[in-house]
Design a protein around this ligand. Structure first.
Ligand code: KIV
Ligand code: ZN
Length: 390
């Protein structure tokens, strides 16, 4: 069976940068964009050009400097937005305008204060206008997650006829359950004429912690592009995390889907984005958190030391982490202590370990973590310097 290519659309510099406090200067944006290019993203959403002169310049700068991915600029379904987006993309090798409008009951009646029919007219005009500048036009049906499927199919049918090349079905409010989101994509796939000539895209927010699961449900049902951000940054609870969707595909869908991401760059780029956006990555964050490959309880440590795969489903090297960590705490057992002593050059005999262990536990009860700097003096004071061989 030939593998279906899943396109990775990164929106760290647009949806991610919308987060309060995450604003980057131009040098930082360029650095992140260069790393995203190295990582192998297929599409890079560089900003929302009409929103400010700074954003316009950022999209222009990225269009001039980043050549491999498609460069995308966001717009509302408004002529001025689309024209400005087109201007910011003139130097891109492969420019894409991303335009769209709200389609849920809430957005139609309470945000845009209009009617379902008018929304379709505006969506069609926006796509046609964007097509007058570029061939590649992505349409987003904002709040598609809460949009009635029959109506959503009408909107999508109209924009397909107007020439949209990519159809973004955002779960803007992070409302959908994975089965509902999957069914939505399948409904469109089965009911919109000509949709097979377009790319269906997921764009899932994480309000209920389901962004990754929903994105995967999307590709299981016919989507072939996932919109995501490094470290899951984005409005409110964020977007689907790029590192998560990529590793889910690598680990669990190897036979079905293909992606062109250099996964060894996942941790370095996570740190770059975290440092430049001043957004700490939580320690227990999947793939890129400090503890993603750290083992601290005695049972787990013993298992990992015997055979890493006992407690790890990924090789840390594959995501850019040198190796798994055995963290010494009051929950650690003898196996972990012996392992860490060996790491600092001390190969303990059984009777030496018996002497050292109680002293270690006493210290570990006083400290959150026993670090290498604690270990050497502890060995010296318990069993003497003869054991230290470095
Ligand atoms: O969440 C959303 O709906 C968006 C669109 C602008 C694509 O970010
Ligand atoms: Zn979004």
């Amino acid at each position: 069976m030939s593998k279906k290519k899943i396109h990775i659309f990164d929106t760290t510099l647009r949806d991610g940068e919308q987060v309060p406090g995450c604003k980057l200067n131009h040098d930082q944006k360029l650095k992140v964009a260069q790393q995203l290019e190295q990582l192998g993203v297929d599409v890079l959403e560089a900003g929302f050009p009409v929103s400010s002169p700074g954003d316009f310049q950022a999209v222009d700068m990225i269009s001039r400097n980043i050549k491999s991915p498609v460069i995308c600029g966001l717009s509302r379904a408004i002529e001025k937005d689309i024209k400005v987006a087109a201007e910011s993309l003139v130097h891109a090798v492969r420019p894409r305008i991303h335009t769209g409008i709200g389609t849920s009951h809430e957005h139609i009646y309470y945000k845009l204060k209009t009617t379902p029919e008018k929304i379709i007219e505006r969506a069609v005009s926006a796509v046609k206008y964007a097509k007058s500048f570029v061939e590649d036009v992505e349409f987003y049906a904002e709040d598609a997650g809460r949009t009635d499927n029959e109506y959503l199919a009408k909107v999508i049918q109209a924009v397909v006829r107007a020439g949209a090349t990519v159809l973004n079905i955002p779960d803007t409010t992070g409302y959908c359950m994975p089965n509902e989101y999957g069914e939505k994509i399948a409904f469109l796939r089965d009911n919109v004429i000509g949709i097979d000539k377009c790319t269906i895209s997921t764009h899932c927010h994480n309000d209920l912690g389901l962004a990754t699961a929903n994105s995967i449900a999307g590709i299981e049902n016919g989507a072939t592009q996932i919109e995501c951000t490094i470290n899951g940054l984005g409005e409110r609870a964020g977007n689907a995390a790029l590192e998560e969707v990529v590793m889910v595909i690598k680990q669990r869908y190897e036979q079905q889907f293909k992606i062109d991401i250099n996964t060894r760059l996942l941790n370095p780029i996570s740190r770059l984005v975290s440092d430049s956006m001043c957004m700490i990555v939580q320690a227990n964050k999947a793939i890129v958190g400090e503890n993603a490959f750290a083992h601290s309880s005695g049972i787990h440590q013993d298992g990992v030391i015997k055979h890493r795969e006992n407690y790890e489903i990924m090789n840390p090297i594959d995501v850019g982490v040198d190796k798994s960590k055995i963290v010494l705490t009051a929950r650690s057992g003898r196996a972990a202590l012996a392992y860490r002593c060996k790491e600092v050059g001390v190969d303990l005999a059984k009777d030496e370990l018996d002497i050292l262990y109680p002293a270690f536990i006493k210290l570990a009860d006083q400290k959150k973590e026993v670090i290498t700097e604690d270990l050497v003096p502890l060995i010296e004071s318990s069993i003497g310097s003869r054991a230290i061989s470095f």
